[in-house]
Design a protein around this ligand. Structure first.
Ligand code: ADP
Length: 268
């Protein structure tokens, strides 16, 4: 029957994936996709075999971050094809799987009830041809809703951990701590927090300033017992990164923005 077949398919895919990292944020627009793309590419730069599963159903942007906007994938005996991002510094391509590759057009809004979302989460892991991977990075939808619960259930028993992207702002942080609580309750190990958009360097005077005060963040993280792994600056390279289609760790590896991802890669 269908559920049994689906379960076997997911199990057979998971058997060939060593480690899964869920990149979470309880809010949209705080840089979850940016972190996912650069973490994946940073791991690939170290020689790992990496996949990026775009679970952000309403904003499947990984296709853009890796320069595959508007492209489609084929179905073969091995499953749905991934789009493979290659570059000289990578021993293995980063394999990208996204709903965007299955949609007729890039601007089609997804209007799905929960049952469809539930099914898609299964397809994302089970139907795409991930092959042998050291890491599967999952760009989660914002929030602790249906998609997260479905994935957490599906991945029970697998080697899964979570990474949290947040801005140092109070509202974003408060929301993010809900995700922390979810992980805690589900026994998902938390690798740490990535503080995004944490500071700006003035292009004229090179002075640095912080847009959001960090005090609350530091306090709240300490209380929750979570480590802040890094502070990613607000940077032009990152603002245009999604549009250029090359993650900043490859496009500008020496930039402060790219260097700020190193501790995140180290933590995995
Ligand atoms: P999310 O996945 O949380 O919705 P994204 O990673 O898609 O967030 O980021 C939202 C937008 O902000 C994107 O256009 C991205 O390029 C930009 N962005 C993210 N982080 C930074 C940063 N540190 N500096 C400049 N722009 C950023």
């Amino acid at each position: 029957d269908k559920p049994h077949h689906e379960k076997l398919l997911i199990e057979s895919r998971l058997e060939r994936i060593d480690q899964i990292i869920l990149v979470m944020a309880n809010k949209g627009g705080v840089g979850k996709s940016t972190v996912s793309a650069n973490l994946a590419t940073g791991l690939a730069q170290r020689g790992y075999r990496v996949g990026v599963a775009d679970a952000d159903i309403h904003g499947p942007n990984q296709s853009r971050f890796f320069g595959f906007a508007g492209e489609h994938v084929r179905l073969s005996d091995q499953g749905l094809g991934t789009k493979n991002f290659t570059e000289d510094s990578l021993a293995h391509p980063v394999k990208v799987g996204s709903l965007a590759f299955l949609m007729e057009s890039d601007d089609t809004p997804i209007v799905w009830r929960d049952a469809y979302k539930h099914d898609f989460m299964h397809h994302l892991v089970g139907s795409f041809d991930w092959g042998e991977l050291d890491f599967l990075i999952v760009d989660m939808p914002p929030g602790t809703g249906n998609e997260l619960i479905t994935l957490a259930d599906m991945l029970e028993g697998a080697n899964v951990s979570a990474l949290l992207a947040t801005t140092p702002q109070d509202v974003a942080l408060m929301d993010s701590l809900k995700a922390v609580r979810f992980c805690h309750e589900r026994g998902l190990p938390m690798l740490g927090v990535v503080e995004n958009m944490s500071g700006i360097t003035c292009p004229h005077c090179s002075g640095e300033f912080h847009l959001f005060p960090r005090d609350h963040l530091v306090e709240s993280l300490a209380r929750a017992g979570i480590e802040s792994l890094t502070q990613i600056p607000l940077a032009l390279e990152l603002a245009s990164g999604s549009d250029l289609g090359t993650p900043v760790v490859v496009a500008h590896p020496q930039s402060p923005a790219a260097q700020a991802f190193t501790p995140v890669v180290d933590a995995c």
